[in-house]
Design a protein around this ligand. Structure first.
Ligand code: ADP
Ligand code: MG
Length: 206
């Protein structure tokens, strides 16, 4: 499977994940100036000629947020974008693992350093006025080979600006097993802000 972007092409090497909005693949890039190993996130649905697709819009919103956060050091860098058979995709830098795949394999010192880095990433995100709202081990990317381990947040399909979460009434987002009680109970208002992610950090350390 090949993805043609504007800077080069990307050949799928393995499946990294499949959620409700997108499929994520590891891929080999032939684009000059980009890393050879990248990750490609593809919309599950094609772009519609007429009308809107919530899935396509979620992917577009995610890539916009990732581009806005570029430079914060919180998220993988977006390297390219394109469309394959009508399905929009974006290319990002790839990290070798996630807390889900790696946490148990880490020595305790490395594990604590990774969890401390997660807390820093989340605090920085909040300082930038955003909440993630779906923090869980699979959405926290890790390069455990670096000292201290490099930690980035991914999967911004449910992330919002803080002021938006205060204005909006609660919509069904996040992942059932990782929802804070106030979200599960559909409370609205300020409690749906940073506390949501703090709860998620705690669950990542469980
Ligand atoms: N940049 C990346 N580098 C490495 N792995 C990634 C990257 N982005 C996503 N993944 C992996 O792919 C999985 C699915 O990606 P994610 O953005 O969370 O999509 P979904 O909406 O399907 O949950 C993640 O859990 C993570 O393990
Ligand atoms: Mg995810």
């Amino acid at each position: 499977m090949k993805f043609q972007g504007s800077r080069g092409s990307y050949t799928k090497t393995e499946v990294l994940g499949a959620g409700s909005f997108g499929n994520v693949y590891a891929a080999r890039s032939d684009a000059s100036g980009l890393p050879v190993v990248v990750a490609v996130k593809v919309s599950k649905e094609p772009r519609l000629e007429s009308g809107r697709s919530a899935v396509v819009e979620a992917l577009r919103d995610e890539v916009t947020q990732l581009r806005q956060l570029e430079g914060s050091g919180n998220t993988p860098r977006v390297l390219d974008e394109g469309e394959r058979e009508g399905h929009p995709f974006f290319v990002m830098e790839r990290l070798p693992g996630s807390l889900r795949s790696d946490l148990e394999k880490m020595e305790m010192g490395v594990r604590l350093a990774a969890l401390a880095a997660l807390c820093d990433r989340v605090a920085e995100l909040h300082e930038l006025g955003r909440v993630h709202r779906d923090l869980k081990p699979s959405n926290v990317l890790v390069d455990a080979e670096q000292t201290p381990p490099r930690v980035l947040l991914c999967d911004f399909s449910t992330a919002r600006l803080l002021r938006q979460t205060k204005q909006s009434t609660m919509s069904r987002v996040g992942t059932e097993d990782f929802l804070p009680p106030e979200a599960a109970l559909r409370v609205t208002g300020d409690s749906l802000g940073p506390a949501w992610d703090v709860y998620g950090c705690g669950l990542c350390a469980r």
